[in-house]
Design a protein around this ligand. Sequence first.
Ligand SMILES: C[S@@+](CC[C@H](N)C(=O)[O-])C[C@H]1O[C@@H](n2cnc3c(N)ncnc32)[C@H](O)[C@@H]1O
Length: 271
Amino acid sequence: MAAARLSVVGTGIRPGGHLTLETRHLLAGADRVLAVVDGLGLEHLRRINPAAESLQDCYRQSPGREASYAEMVRRILAALDRGGHVCAAFYGHPGVFVWPAHECIRQARARGLEARLYPGISAEDCLFADLELDPALHGCQSYEAMDFFLYPRLIDTSAALVLWQMAALGDVRRDRFEADPAWVRALAEVLMADYPAEHVATVYEAATFPLSEPRREPISLARLHQVSFSQASTLYLPPLAAPRLSEQRLARLGLVAEDLGPAAYRRYRDR
Ligand SMILES: C[S@@+](CC[C@H](N)C(=O)[O-])C[C@H]1O[C@@H](n2cnc3c(N)ncnc32)[C@H](O)[C@@H]1O
């Protein structure tokens, strides 16, 4: 058996369809595949590598999110102890909001082993496609919802705002999987300090099957506590207005607004 090495990959949001060629290649060549997927997702992986095992039972065996994640890391490291190429697969992008993916890389490296994280298609990638947004236009702020609520940030209302893990809002002991309505209301109040109460956000859920449609539910901030948030909900807030061009910074470079080209000039003129 070759020296132990770890590849951490993402299966995307839609089983099968979102696997990159690179990920497919890594999965096919791995000696062991441990994946936090079940059902159709696992079936897809087993078509590529029949040895693929699900780590989904970690949620049942070690209740509480922290304990489940620790168990996933323990099992991935135990697989590495047996040598060969181990592929750990998580849904979406494995490096985006996935503590166990980063942790198993850290622990594998601490043991002197080769470990690498590969990109996958994240929920935010799907959001950009389904809501037809280009972050180049206004910029985009992206936060975990509870972290955003508990650690006040300067909100830039001229850029888009994406809040992840809405269903975990208020789950301080990390053992529940649904949003606490009192926290949703409190989050909305924080947002309404910077946005008008009638500012319309979108509750977004990417389709997880090829023929199904995404959830794109518009809701004003004032009514945010009245909608349901699932494990797959991400909240999107569009920008309020375009940012202001700094004439001082332009002048610092000896430029005027017209020098920036038609699109930037139009934004300056229309502001
Ligand atoms: C633990 S994070 C995992 C993210 C994942 N690694 C990724 O790359 O998208 C879970 C959060 O991702 C977002 N998410 C997961 N599935 C989603 C979906 N189908 N549509 C929209 N957002 C989703 C939600 O904010 C959810 O609370």
